[in-house]
Design a protein around this ligand. Structure first.
Ligand code: COA
Length: 372
């Protein structure tokens, strides 16, 4: 096997972008530190920042919120479609399908010019949370709840999910996780979106490509798996034996390791603090202590740090959300980043088409079917 190629494109810089910077010391969106954004801004503000390259004024933010709220409602065809999907289908598979369906009801789907791109981006960002909530309710045999335009994007998601207005603290905590998930440079799903955008495909196809890549366990699927693992372990005392058994079988421990961050993920301290205070408030200390014990064990055994999915999964659990929709929540936040990257790709487009190193046979002589 040739080694003269870049397996997994590791450390390869393939394009220029002004959206997000990742260093070993931190993460910035359009020049603003993520920790500061998580503490002070809202998801809507961050989406504006990512799309417009600057923080919005109060007036601009109010207008953006109005635009979003005006697009929360789902087309009737989509709510009917949800009623017909198998209840046991994984929510990410349903989300992928429904984003594709949504494109069928958007007359501007194939219009990649600036104003249409903005309107489509608003539509997707506004409707994905309502779709995720509707999928979750359908899975639990509950009827659809119409959006509430008075609420923020995070608030409307919780409203559509639970059928009641969330308290301000729950809404704010979910909003913080959405900010942290909103964007992350050329991760696999964003790269999939840009590859698709570079072919001049329509926006819905780009987001479907992204969400398809996101669902895998090595990417967005890790938040569900990591939380399920913590629930399986059950108690901090079980951690050494559990981790030892899995590592001996050379299994991957979900929520650990990262392609870029080798000294820890800058989103983790914010999420960990959030999980700690939530676990105390909700009297769920056991799962938090288990999480801390797994983190310590992985550092000791493998020198691997927890990543964003490890503690965001736990945060969602502590917010009372069920594990099957964690990756969908990741998707509804990262849609902000996907749409910023799709627009940036189209601004100065070049088809993304790398080469492969051929390792197959050569020079074979074709034998007619009848003589094989
Ligand atoms: C994120 C991830 C895909 C990065 O992969 P990568 O940069 O290609 O790194 P590798 O998979 O080559 O890992 C390097 C080494 O660490 C080990 N490793 C990495 N993550 C591991 C994990 N979560 N559990 C156990 N071992 C792990 C690998 O087995 C490998 O060991 P080896 O050199 O002995 O073969 C990988 O760390 C992983 O699978 N993590 C779990 C899934 C996850 O949490 N994904 C969300 C990412 S934000």
């Amino acid at each position: 096997m040739s080694t003269d190629h870049h397996a997994g494109l590791e450390d390869i810089e393939v394009l220029e972008s002004s959206i997000c910077e990742i260093t070993q010391d931190g993460l910035t969106f359009r020049g603003y530190n993520i920790t500061e954004l998580a503490a002070n801004s809202t998801f809507e503000e961050v989406a504006c920042l990512l799309w417009n390259d600057q923080l919005p004024s109060q007036k601009e933010l109010a207008e953006f919120r109005r635009e979003l709220a005006g697009e929360y409602a789902l087309p009737r065809e989509i709510t009917e479609h949800i009623n017909h999907v198998p209840r046991e289908a994984h929510p990410m598979a349903v989300l992928r399908t429904l984003i594709s369906s949504l494109g069928l009801y958007d007359a501007e789907a194939a219009d990649n010019t600036g104003p249409a791109m903005h309107r489509k981006s608003v539509r997707l960002l506004a409707k994905i949370p309502a779709i995720v909530a509707a999928i979750a309710r359908h899975g639990n045999a509950k009827s659809h709840v119409e959006s509430n335009g008075e609420l923020s994007l995070a608030g409307n998601f919780l409203y559509c999910l639970n059928g009641k207005t969330p308290d301000a603290e729950t809404e704010r905590l979910l909003d913080t996780t959405l900010i942290l998930y909103a964007e992350h440079e050329l991760n696999a799903s964003t790269f999939a979106a840009r590859i698709t955008a570079a072919t001049q495909a329509d926006t819905y196809s780009c987001v479907v490509a992204a969400v398809s890549a996101l669902q895998g366990n090595l990417h967005g699927g890790a938040n569900q798996r990591a939380t399920e693992m913590l629930l399986t372990i059950g108690d901090a005392a079980n951690v050494p034996e559990y981790i030892d058994a899995r590592l001996k079988k050379k299994e991957t421990i979900m929520g650990f390791g990262h392609r870029v961050y080798k000294n820890g993920d800058p989103r983790v301290p914010v999420l960990k603090a959030l999980c700690q205070s939530l676990s105390e408030k909700k009297n769920e200390k056991k799962i938090f202590e288990t999480a801390i014990a797994v983190e310590a064990e992985m550092l000791k055994r493998k020198r691997l740090h927890a990543n964003v999915d490890y503690y965001s999964g736990l945060a969602f659990y502590l917010l009372g959300l069920s594990a099957e929709i964690y990756t969908c929540i990741f998707a509804m936040a990262r849609a902000a980043g996907y749409l910023a990257h799709i627009a940036e790709q189209l601004e100065e487009n070049k088809l993304i088409r790398p080469r492969g190193v051929y390792t197959g046979k050569r020079g074979l002589v074709y034998k007619p079917l009848a003589s094989r």
